[in-house]
Design a protein around this ligand. Structure first.
Ligand SMILES: Nc1nc2c(ncn2[C@@H]2O[C@H](COP(=O)(O)OP(=O)(O)OP(=O)(O)O)[C@@H](O)[C@H]2O)c(=O)[nH]1
Length: 583
C-alpha cells in the first residue's frame, strides 16, 4: 500500500519530512484548538451559571425580605393600642388603614374583621359588613400571623375599580390576629397585596437582566407553575417547570425548555426563615447560545491564532526540512553522477549534522574503493583480453599448422592424399566451368622396393624426398604435385591438353632419370596420364584412367609415359546444358 502510494506520489525527502511534521502540527493544532475551546466553554458555562445563580439569589432575597417586611408591618399594626383597644369600626382605625395603603400602594385592600369574620373596617370601605369567615387568611390569621399563597381575587374582584387588565387581579394575603389587653381575640387584620407588587420588587434587578443578555426571571409556586411574569406575559403561558429546572440543589442547569431552545438556568428557593410556607422558587434563565456566545468569539480568535501558528510552524518545518534534506539531495545527485560515469566527481557537500558528515565520509571512501576496484578490474580485463588475443593468435597459427600438417606429407613435405582429393575436386569444377582440360599425371618410382632392400628404408625415404624435390622443381607454380601414397606421386595440371600432358610427363620422367640420387644412383619413373574433359562426370574418373595408363607403362617396361592422347573434347552447348542440369 505504501509502495503503491509512493509510486503514485513521488514526493521528495524534503516533501515527506514537511508533510509528516506538517500533519502532526495540524493535528496538534486542531487538538489544542478543540481542547481550549472545550475547556473555555465549560468554564464559561460555570461562570454564566454562577451569575444566574447569584441573580436568582438576589431576587429571592429581595422578594423574601419585602414579604417579610409586609408581614411584620401587618403584625405590628395589629399589635398597636389603636387596634387592641378602640372600636374596630372607629374612624381612627379606618384612617390608620388608609395611611398604610397610601404608604405602600401595593396593598389593594386592608381590612379588619371582628372575631366572627365580618369585615368591620376596610380601605375604601370595600367589603365592609361582608362575612369573610371562610377565607383562609381569616381562618389562619385568627391564630397567628399568616401569609397566604397567590390566588385570584374572589370577593374583591367585583368591588375593586377596573384597572383595564384583561386577567383577573391576583393577590397575596397577609393577616395577623388582633387581641385585646388580656390576649383575647378581637378580630383579624388582613391585607391583600396586588401581584403587581412582584414586578415592582423584582424590577430593581432589571439592570441585571439586561436585554442583550436575554436573561429572564421567573417565579414558580410550590407546584412549579410560573406565577411571574404575570398572566398575559409570554412566560406565564409556560407549562409547569420541570424538576430539573427547579432543582435548587445544583447551582445551575443546562436544559431544553422548548424543543429547540436550550437554556442555562439557576433556581433558588425563597429563604426558608421568612416564607417557607410559600415554597416559591426563583428561576433565572438565559439562552445557552447567548450565554456561550463568547465561546464563538474566542473560537474565532483561536482559529485565526491557530492558523497563524500553524502557518509559522509549517514555514519553520519547511525551512528545517530543506536544511536537513539539502545535503542528502546534493549527495544523491553527486552519487548519481558517479554512477553515470563521472567517477572523479568530488563528494563535496556542506553538512552540519554529524550523521550526514559520517555518511558523506563513508560514501567518499566507498566511492574511491569502488573506483580503485573498477580500475583494477579494467586493467585485469585488458590483460586478459591481451592474453586471449595472444592465445587466439597462437591457436590460429597452431591451427594453420595443424591444417598444413593434416594436408601435407611428413616425409616429403608435399601435399598428401587428403589435399589431393580436395584440390582434385576444386580443379575438376574449375575445368568444367572454364571448359579447359585438366591433366592428371600419376608417377611411380620404378623398382623402389629394390632401393629399400638394397640401401635400407632410411635411404629409401631420402630417395623419395629427392624425387619429390626434382618433380616440384620441374613443374610450374600453377601446377600441383603431391605424394599420392608409397612411392607414387600425382600431378594436376590445369588447362593442359593431352599433348601438353604427355610433354610435361616426359619432362618429369627425364628430369628424375637425369638427376641421380647421390647414393642410390639413377632413379626412374613410370608415368600414366589422363586428361579430364567434357566427357568426364566425376573427378576420380581421370585418376582411374591415369592409373590404368601407369599400369600400362609398368607393363610396357617402365621408365616411360603412357596416356590417352584424345583428351580435351567438349560436348555441344546443348549437351553441356543437359549435363549441367543432370548434375
Ligand atoms: N623407404 C620407403 N619405402 C616405401 C615407402 N612407401 C612405400 N615404400 C616401398 O616401396 C616399395 C614398392 O614396391 P612395389 O609396389 O613392389 O613396386 P616397385 O618395387 O617400385 O616395383 P614397380 O613399381 O613394379 O616398378 C615397397 O617395398 C614399399 O615398402 C616409403 O615411404 N619409404
Amino acid at each position: 500500500m505504501r509502495e503503491r502510494l509512493a509510486k503514485l506520489l513521488p514526493i521528495s525527502f524534503r516533501g515527506r519530512l514537511a508533510l509528516s511534521f506538517g500533519t502532526m502540527t495540524l493535528v496538534l493544532g486542531i487538538l489544542v484548538y478543540g481542547y481550549v475551546g472545550h475547556v473555555y466553554r465549560a468554564q464559561l458555562l460555570v461562570d454564566r451559571g454562577e451569575a444566574l445563580h447569584d441573580l436568582a439569589t438576589a431576587a429571592a432575597t429581595v422578594l423574601a425580605e419585602n414579604l417579610h417586611e409586609r408581614q411584620r408591618e401587618i403584625e405590628l399594626l395589629a399589635a398597636t393600642p389603636l387596634y387592641r383597644r378602640s372600636a374596630l369600626d372607629s374612624p381612627d382605625l379606618r384612617r390608620s388603614l388608609e395611611r398604610l395603603q397610601h404608604a405602600y400602594p401595593a396593598y389593594s385592600w386592608i381590612g379588619v374583621t371582628d372575631a366572627g369574620g365580618v369585615v368591620r373596617s376596610a380601605t375604601g370601605g370595600l367589603l365592609a359588613g361582608v362575612d369573610v369567615s371562610q377565607r383562609p387568611w381569616f381562618i389562619n390569621g385568627r391564630d397567628a400571623p399568616f401569609m397566604g399563597d397567590l390566588h385570584d381575587a374572589m370577593l374583591l374582584a367585583k368591588v375593586l375599580p377596573d384597572t383595564g387588565d384583561k386577567a383577573p387581579p391576583r393577590f397575596l394575603d397577609i393577616a395577623a390576629p388582633i387581641r385585646d389587653e388580656r390576649g383575647a381575640l378581637r378580630g383579624v387584620l388582613g391585607a391583600h397585596i396586588h401581584w403587581n407588587w412582584a414586578s415592582d420588587v423584582v424590577g430593581v434587578l432589571n439592570p441585571l437582566l439586561a436585554v442583550q443578555k436575554q436573561r429572564e426571571l421567573f417565579i414558580a409556586d410550590h407546584n412549579g407553575q410560573v406565577i411571574y411574569p404575570s398572566a398575559g406575559a409570554r412566560a406565564a403561558t409556560l407549562p409547569p417547570l420541570t424538576t430539573a429546572v427547579l432543582d435548587t440543589q445544583s447551582r445551575f442547569t443546562a436544559a431544553l425548555w422548548e424543543p429547540d431552545a436550550e437554556y442555562v438556568s439557576a433556581a433558588v428557593a425563597l429563604p426558608a426563615e421568612f416564607t417557607s410556607a410559600l415554597g416559591w422558587r426563583i428561576v433565572v434563565r438565559q439562552p445557552l447560545h447567548v450565554a456561550l456566545q463568547d465561546v464563538v468569539a474566542l473560537q474565532r480568535v483561536l482559529a485565526v491564532f491557530a492558523l497563524a501558528i500553524i502557518t509559522v510552524f509549517l514555514a519553520l518545518i519547511w525551512w528545517s526540512a530543506t536544511r536537513i534534506s539539502r545535503p542528502l539531495e546534493q549527495l544523491a545527485g553527486l552519487a548519481m553522477r558517479i554512477e553515470n560515469g563521472e567517477e572523479n566527481t568530488p563528494l563535496e557537500v556542506e553538512a552540519r549534522s554529524v550523521e550526514v558528515r559520517h555518511l558523506i565520509e563513508a560514501l567518499r571512501s566507498m566511492a574511491s574503493r569502488l573506483i580503485e576496484r573498477r580500475e583494477a578490474l579494467r586493467d585485469s580485463n585488458a590483460r586478459l583480453e591481451h592474453t586471449v588475443a595472444a592465445r587466439t593468435a597462437e591457436l590460429e597459427i597452431a591451427n594453420e599448422e595443424l591444417q598444413r600438417i593434416a594436408r601435407h606429407d611428413a616425409l616429403t613435405s608435399l601435399p598428401n592424399r587428403r589435399a589431393v582429393d580436395e584440390r582434385l575436386h576444386e580443379e575438376f569444377i574449375r575445368m568444367r566451368r572454364m571448359r579447359r582440360p585438366l591433366a592428371v599425371l600419376l608417377c611411380d618410382i620404378d623398382h623402389f622396393k629394390r632401393i629399400n632392400d638394397t640401401y635400407g628404408h632410411a635411404l629409401g625415404d631420402e630417395v623419395l624426398c629427392h624425387v619429390a624435390r626434382t618433380l616440384q622443381r620441374s613443374l610450374r607454380e600453377s601446377d600441383f604435385i603431391a605424394r599420392y601414397g608409397g612411392e607414387e606421386f600425382i600431378a594436376l595440371l590445369p588447362a593442359t591438353s593431352a599433348e601438353e600432358a604427355r610433354h610435361v610427363a616426359d619432362k618429369l620422367r627425364r628430369s628424375v632419370e637425369t638427376h641421380p640420387h647421390p647414393l642410390a644412383g639413377r632413379v626412374t619413373l613410370s608415368i600414366g596420364f589422363a586428361v579430364a574433359d567434357g566427357r568426364h562426370e566425376h573427378d576420380k574418373q581421370a585418376v582411374r584412367e591415369a592409373d590404368d595408363q601407369l599400369y600400362a607403362a609398368k607393363r610396357e617396361g617402365r621408365n616411360r609415359v603412357c596416356g590417352d592422347d584424345r583428351g580435351g573434347e567438349w560436348p555441344s552447348a546443348d549437351a553441356h546444358r543437359q549435363l549441367h542440369s543432370a548434375q
